[in-house]
Design a protein around this ligand. Structure first.
Ligand SMILES: Nc1ncnc2c1ncn2[C@@H]1O[C@H](COP(=O)(O)OP(=O)(O)OP(=O)(O)O)[C@@H](O)[C@H]1O
Length: 772
C-alpha cells in the first residue's frame, strides 16, 4: 500500500501541474486581443483545446490510477494503468501512467491464468480521492497462484473489483467500467473501426457501457479523423441520455454528440407522443415511396385551364392550358433535379409559354398579309422581336399573379411544409398512397417518428438555408455559454473538487462581465466545435455512429442514420428480445441488409453483470415465452435474495403498493428504487406511491437520481435500479405492442431485489411464465 500511495502521490503532482499549465495557457489566450481574423481563429481553437484539456483533467481526478501490471518480461516491468496517460518529462518521457485505451494496457483486461500474456500479477488499486484504500491482486503465473491460492475465476477478470462494482449502490447515473472491463467486452470496445458491427446481448451484459467505452477508445485511437468528423451516439430517449451523459466526460472524451432519433433533424423539436400503431406506420420503408409521391403530388397540373389577369395586359386575361402546364412540369422533372431545385426550370417554361401567349395577343400584326400598297409586302405576322419578348418575360417575373400561380403549381417547400400538408389532408394522403390513419390535426407538434420522414423529405426537396440560420442562432447562444465556461474553468474551480462541480457560486459576477466581453470578441469570427457544427448540420457525415437500443429503430430511422454515416462505420448495439416498438427489428439482418448486404459482423455478449441469478431465473421464463430458442445471458453473481410475488385484491392494490414501496425503498438503503407501472394505472397508483415516497420522481423525464422513480417500461428501457417493483405484469403485457418483450425488460432492471405485485391471484399462464 505504501509503495502504491507513493506512486499515486507522484501521479497527482503531475496531474496538478498539467492542469496549472493548461489553465495558464488558457487564461493567457483568453486575455489576448486584436490581430487578424486568422489570429483570432487560431486563438479560438487554442482556447477550445485548453478548455477541453482542463475538463479532461478534472474528469479523471477520481480514480486516476486503478491498476498495475507486473510483467514477467523486461526484468519484471511494471505498468500502471489509469484514466489518462502521464509521462515523466524529466526522465525521457518514461510512462508513469498508461491510458486504459493504449495497447500497452490491454493485458490488464485480457490476461488470464490460462493465457497470462506475459503478466505475472494484475493488481486492482482501490482509491478514495487521492488515497489508496485497498489492493486486489491476481497472480496469473500458475505456479505462484498455487502458492497464494488466488487466481482468475470462471473467465472473470479482477473478480473482487468487479463484484464490488456490481454490488455498489446505484446513483441514478451510469458509471464508467474502465477498471473492470471483461475480455468479451474488451474485444468489442477495441474492434476495428471499419464496417458495421452488431453487438447483440441480453439485458445487463454491458452493451451500453461497452458502446460508450468504444466511443472513447475510437476517439483515442483515431483521434485526428474522429475528432473532426465526430462520433454520434444515438439513444432511445432523453431520460436515458441523461443517465449515460456523465460516463463520457469521465472517460475524458468531449468530441462526441449524444442524441435521440427525435433530435436528428436540426431546428425541429420532436418530443410529442403518439400511438404506437401510428409510429409504426411512419417507420415503414414504404414511407420513402409515399413521400416521393407526395412531392410529385405538389407539382400540380389543374384540370381546368388557368386564367391569369395580367397588369402587363392592363388587366386582360391570358389562359394557360393544362397541357402547357403539364409540358412545363415534365420538362422540370426531366432535369432530374430535386423538387425545389427544379423550380427555376418550371418557372422558365411557364414564363416562356406565357410570353408566347402575350405575344400572340399584343404582338400580332393584323395586317401582315394585307399589302398597304407602296413598299409594304406580306411579312412576319409577329411584330415583337426577341428583345421585346425578353422584356415581357422580365416583366412577367415581377407580376404578383404570375408568382402566385407558380407557387401554387410548383411550390417551394420545406420538409415541414410538405409533411404537415400531407398529414393535414385526406386527399393528399390518398394521392401519395399513404395510410389514411396518418391524418392528424393541423399544428400538432412533431414526434420522433416524424424525424426520419422530415429527413427523407429534405432529401427529396433539396436543401434550404435553414442550416445556416440555425448555425447562426446556435453560435449566438453559445458564445456567452462558452465564454462563461472557459472562465469558470480557468479561474473559478482551481481546486477541482468534484463535489463542488454543481455549485452555482463558482461563477462570480466579475466572471460574467468578462464573459460578455469574451462573447463579443468571439462574435468577430469564432469557430464552433465539430460536435456543435455536426448537431446543426443535417448533412453532416459522422466519422462513426453508435446506436444503442438499436432494436427499436424503424426502417425509416435506419435510412436516416445510414445517410448520416456514408462510410458505414457503425456500432449497432441492442437485443432483439427486448424490442418494444412495433416498427423495431426482430432480426438484425432485416434492418441492415438493405444497406450493407451481408457485410456486417456480429459480436455477442453473454454474461449478465446487472441482474442476479435469482431474478434472471424469473425473467428466463418470460424469455422462453417470447422465443424458446433465445438464451438468457448468464448472471455473473447471486444476490442471495429471492424475488417476491404478491397477489392482492384489486381494491387493495394501491395500499399494497404503498407498503411495498416503503419496504423496498428501505431495503435499497443508499441505492435507488424503480417502480414500473403499466401506463394506464398511473393515475390510480401514483398517489399511493407518493404516500410512501413523497419525493418520488414521476413524469415525462423523471429525475433518476431521486431515491424512488416511477416509470413505464418504455421509460425504464436501458436503466437500472438497486430494487425494482413491477406492478400488474399481465397488464404490462396487454398494454404493450409486443407484449412479453416489455415484461422481460421490466423484470431485468434490478441489480439486487425484485418484487412483483399483482391485482388478484396470478393467472396460471403467468405463473408458469414467471416460474415462482
Ligand atoms: N465489466 C464491467 N464491470 C463493471 N460493471 C459492469 C461491467 N459490465 C457491465 N457492468 C454494469 O452492468 C450494468 C449493466 O450494463 P449496461 O446497462 O451497459 O447493460 P445493457 O446490456 O445495456 O443492458 P440492457 O440491454 O438491459 O439495457 C451497468 O451497471 C454496468 O455498469
Amino acid at each position: 500500500m505504501v509503495e502504491e500511495q507513493g506512486h499515486l502521490d507522484t501521479l497527482y503532482e503531475h496531474l496538478d501541474s498539467l492542469r496549472e499549465e493548461a489553465s495558464g495557457h488558457l487564461s493567457r489566450t483568453l486575455r489576448e486581443g486584436g490581430g487578424t481574423p486568422a489570429d483570432r481563429s487560431h486563438r479560438d481553437s487554442q482556447a477550445a483545446l485548453y478548455t477541453d484539456r482542463i475538463a479532461q483533467y478534472s474528469a479523471v481526478e477520481n480514480g486516476l490510477c486503478f491498476g498495475r501490471l507486473d510483467l514477467t518480461a523486461g526484468g519484471g516491468e511494471v505498468r500502471y494503468i489509469g484514466r489518462i496517460g502521464i509521462f515523466d518529462e524529466e526522465n525521457d518521457y518514461e510512462p508513469l501512467l498508461i491510458d486504459w485505451r493504449a495497447p500497452a494496457s490491454r493485458p490488464f483486461y485480457l490476461a488470464t491464468a490460462a493465457a497470462p500474456d506475459g503478466v505475472r500479477r494484475r493488481r486492482h488499486i482501490r482509491t478514495e480521492r487521492r488515497t489508496v484504500t485497498g489492493l486486489d491482486d491476481e497472480i496469473l503465473d500458475l505456479n505462484e497462484a498455487h502458492e497464494t491460492g488466488r487466481g482468475a475465476h470462471d473467465g472473470v477478470t479482477g473478480e473482487a473489483a468487479l463484484l464490488s462494482a456490481l454490488n455498489a449502490s446505484r446513483t441514478g447515473r451510469m458509471r464508467d467500467i474502465v477498471e473492470t472491463i471483461q475480455a468479451e467486452q474488451d474485444h468489442v470496445i477495441r474492434a476495428d473501426l471499419n464496417g458495421v458491427m452488431v453487438v447483440q446481448g441480453g439485458p445487463g451484459t454491458g452493451k451500453t457501457a461497452v458502446a460508450l467505452h468504444r466511443a472513447a477508445y475510437l476517439l483515442y485511437t483515431h483521434r485526428q479523423m474522429l475528432s473532426s468528423r465526430v462520433v454520434l451516439i444515438v439513444g432511445p430517449n432523453a431520460t436515458f441520455l441523461r443517465y449515460i451523459s456523465q460516463v463520457l466526460p469521465s472517460l475524458a472524451e468531449t468530441g462526441v454528440l449524444l442524441g435521440t432519433m427525435g433530435d436528428l433533424f436540426p431546428g425541429v423539436v420532436a418530443h410529442r407522443e403518439e400511438p404506437a400503431e401510428i409510429a409504426e406506420i411512419k417507420g415503414r420503408a414504404v414511407m420513402a415511396d409515399v413521400l416521393a409521391a407526395a412531392v410529385r403530388d405538389r407539382q400540380r397540373v389543374p384540370d381546368e385551364p388557368l386564367k391569369l389577369r395580367l397588369d402587363l395586359l392592363d388587366g386582360a386575361e391570358v389562359v394557360l392550358d393544362p397541357s402547357v402546364i403539364e409540358d412545363a412540369r415534365d420538362r422540370a422533372r426531366r432535369t432530374g433535379k430535386l423538387h425545389n431545385l427544379a423550380r427555376p426550370t418550371f418557372d422558365t417554361e411557364i414564363i416562356h409559354a406565357l410570353s408566347l401567349l402575350i405575344a400572340d395577343t399584343i404582338g400580332l400584326d393584323p395586317y401582315a398579309d394585307d399589302p398597304l400598297g407602296g413598299g409594304d409586302a406580306p411579312g412576319d405576322p409577329q411584330l415583337l422581336d426577341e428583345a421585346d419578348l425578353a422584356e415581357i418575360r422580365r416583366e412577367l417575373r415581377g407580376e404578383a399573379e404570375v408568382l402566385a400561380a407558380l407557387d401554387w403549381l410548383w411550390p417551394i417547400l420545406t420538409p415541414q411544409q410538405l409533411l404537415a400538408g400531407l398529414f393535414a389532408s385526406d386527399k393528399r394522403l390518398a394521392a401519395a398512397g399513404a395510410d389514411p390513419r396518418l391524418k392528424r390535426a393541423p399544428r400538432e407538434g412533431w414526434t420522433p417518428a416524424d424525424v426520419p420522414l422530415l429527413d427523407e423529405a429534405a432529401e427529396l426537396l433539396g436543401e434550404d438555408e435553414t442550416v445556416l440560420e440555425i448555425l447562426a442562432e446556435r453560435r449566438r447562444r453559445q458564445q456567452v455559454a462558452y465564454a462563461e465556461g472557459a472562465l469558470e474553468i480557468a479561474f473559478g474551480s482551481r481546486s477541482i473538487d468534484v463535489e463542488d462541480e454543481d455549485d452555482p457560486e463558482l461563477l462570480s459576477v466579475t466572471d460574467l462581465l468578462e464573459a460578455d466581453r469574451l462573447a463579443e470578441r468571439q462574435d468577430e469570427g469564432e469557430a464552433l466545435t465539430p460536435a456543435e457544427r455536426a448537431a446543426a448540420d443535417r448533412k453532416w457525415a459522422f466519422g462513426h455512429v453508435i446506436v444503442d437500443e438499436a432494436q427499436e429503430l424503424s426502417a425509416m430511422a435506419w435510412r436516416l442514420l445510414m445517410r448520416r454515416c456514408p462510410s458505414r462505420s457503425m456500432t449497432v448495439v441492442g437485443d432483439v428480445a427486448q424490442t418494444g416498438d412495433l416498427g423495431g427489428a426482430s432480426a438484425w439482418g432485416d434492418a441492415l441488409e438493405p444497406y450493407v448486404g451481408a457485410r456486417w459482423r456480429l459480436r455477442e455478449l453473454t454474461v449478465n453483470y446487472r441482474t442476479p441469478a435469482e431474478i434472471m431465473a424469473v425473467a428466463a421464463g418470460v424469455l422462453a415465452g417470447i422465443d424458446p430458442g433465445l438464451q438468457p445471458p448468464r448472471s455473473v453473481r447471486e444476490a442471495g435474495v429471492d424475488p417476491w410475488v404478491r397477489g392482492v385484491a384489486p381494491v387493495k392494490l394501491g395500499d399494497a403498493l404503498a407498503e411495498a414501496v416503503e419496504q423496498e425503498a428501505e431495503a435499497a438503503g443508499a441505492g435507488r428504487l424503480g417502480v414500473i407501472l403499466p401506463g394506464g394505472t398511473f393515475e390510480d397508483l401514483v398517489p399511493h406511491v407518493r404516500k410512501a415516497a413523497p419525493d418520488a420522481a414521476i413524469g415525462e423525464e423523471p429525475d433518476l437520481t431521486a431515491r424512488v422513480a416511477v416509470l413505464t417500461v418504455k421509460q425504464a428501457k436501458g436503466l437500472e435500479f438497486d430494487g425494482v417493483i413491477v406492478v400488474d405484469p399481465e397488464r404490462i403485457v396487454e398494454e404493450s405492442p409486443r407484449g412479453a418483450n416489455d415484461l422481460y425488460v421490466a423484470l431485468t432492471r434490478a441489480t439486487q431485489r425484485l418484487g412483483i405485485l399483482h391485482p388478484g391471484s396470478l393467472p396460471e399462464s403467468l405463473l408458469a411464465v414467471v416460474g415462482i
